[in-house]
Design a protein around this ligand. Structure first.
Ligand code: ATP
Length: 360
């Protein structure tokens, strides 16, 4: 069965005075998916989510929830709920009181509230005796779970998250990323998450929307966007990358425009006579030994080696001044030394081409 659309944005524009923060966004959020909106500061993530939860109205365009137009439906009339970084828990109240709040305002009986609160404590892996504990006595991570339990107590169709983990330390963030992903699976609800952190987006999401200057630069799974970015911006945003301007000759043969590479072969999908950027991720580049061959070969000098936990990263300077980043697992460590002359090689199977028109 085709997935159903929970939220549909059609040509959504948001202006603040003369400034346009969102330029005609079209986006379908599928029922039950985990969609992350990621992008640099000021790219329009918060503006978009404020429109989706009903904290603000679009200047133009439409927002439909389950097929109904909701442009001017206020936040408290939507079946959605927002979890903020600041959490907005009631201090000096117990964990139980915080979780039960949404049920209380809906007139749910004390007995039923208590039962539901205990179910939610269990769902969020919090001990049952936390029910009577003051939230201020909980750790940062526990408070985050209480905020999530409270959001779920609203029983929203869609949960929105605005950088909920950014104030936490690295280890706790990693744990909660996995818990959130698991919670998404167990609840089956639609999660829309905004973050600066690409890593967070990649770990948790079914799909990622990358924002740039009020537009969606690309929408897709982490894998799709990582291996086939549409623009240079997306390629660089998704992690370390090496980019080379190339031209395909009328016979399809490829040549690096700055002479930095020797390329043997043609580029499938690249029209003869066109210009493009050749993209190769660092993990696909090999240090070639004497007699080794590859479709693309560049010569340079190893300038530096960095240890990145399980991997090693090398910076190799080419003669034209360009630096190539190479990544290896520890067991494939470069056998030579810093300052050595090397030949780097990779195959066209691992290359992606960004058309000239999309380079920015
Ligand atoms: P960050 O990651 O820093 O939170 P963001 O991607 O969420 O950034 P937004 O907060 O959506 O970005 O802001 C997008 C642009 O819109 C920014 O240039 C911001 O200055 C502008 N903007 C947002 N809200 C308003 C407002 N109420 N009035 C005027 N300009 C605004």
């Amino acid at each position: 069965m085709a997935p159903t659309v929970a939220l549909r944005l059609t040509n959504v524009v948001k202006r603040f005075g003369n400034f346009t923060a969102l330029h005609g966004i079209d986006l379908d959020i599928q029922d039950g998916e985990f969609l992350t909106i990621v992008g640099p500061s000021g790219s329009g993530k918060t503006t978009m989510v404020r429109l989706l939860v009903g904290m603000d109205e679009p200047s133009e365009g439409t927002i439909h929830l389950n097929g109904e137009l909701i442009n001017d439906v206020p936040a408290n009339k939507r079946p959605t709920c927002m979890v903020f970084q600041s959490l907005a828990l009631f201090p000096h109240r117990t964990v139980g009181q915080n979780i039960e709040f949404p049920l209380k305002i809906r007139g749910v009986s004390a007995q039923e509230r208590r039962e539901r609160a205990h179910e939610l404590l269990a769902l969020l892996h919090l001990p049952a005796d936390y029910y009577g504990k003051n939230v201020m006595q909980c750790s940062g991570g526990e408070r985050q779970r209480v905020a999530l339990a409270r959001a779920l107590a609203f029983d929203p169709e869609i949960l929105f998250f605005d950088e909920p983990l950014s104030a936490l330390d690295y280890r706790l963030r990693k744990t909660l990323e996995k818990e959130l992903k698991d919670l998404h699976r167990r609840t089956g609800k639609t999660f829309v998450y905004i973050t600066h952190s690409l890593e967070e987006a990649m770990v948790m999401s079914d799909r990622i929307a990358i924002m740039k200057e009020g537009r969606i630069a690309q929408l897709g799974t982490a894998d799709e966007i990582y291996s086939a970015p549409r623009t240079r911006f997306v390629a660089e945003f998704m992690g370390e990358v090496n980019l080379f301007p190339v031209t395909s000759a009328p016979d399809g043969a490829l040549a690096a425009r700055d002479g930095s590479l020797a390329i043997a072969g043609t580029a499938p999908g690249l029209a003869p006579g066109s210009r493009a950027t050749l993209m190769i991720r660092p993990e696909f580049i090999r240090f070639l030994g004497a007699g080794d061959t590859a479709d693309c070969v560049a010569e340079g000098t190893v300038r530096d080696e960095f240890a990145l936990g399980s991997r090693l990263q090398y910076e190799v300077d080419l003669a034209d001044g360009q630096t190539v980043t190479v990544e290896k697992l520890r067991e494939d460590r470069f056998p030579g030394a810093i300052g050595d002359s090397v030949r780097l090689g990779w195959d066209l199977d691992h290359v992606h081409f960004i058309p000239e028109a999309e380079e920015s």
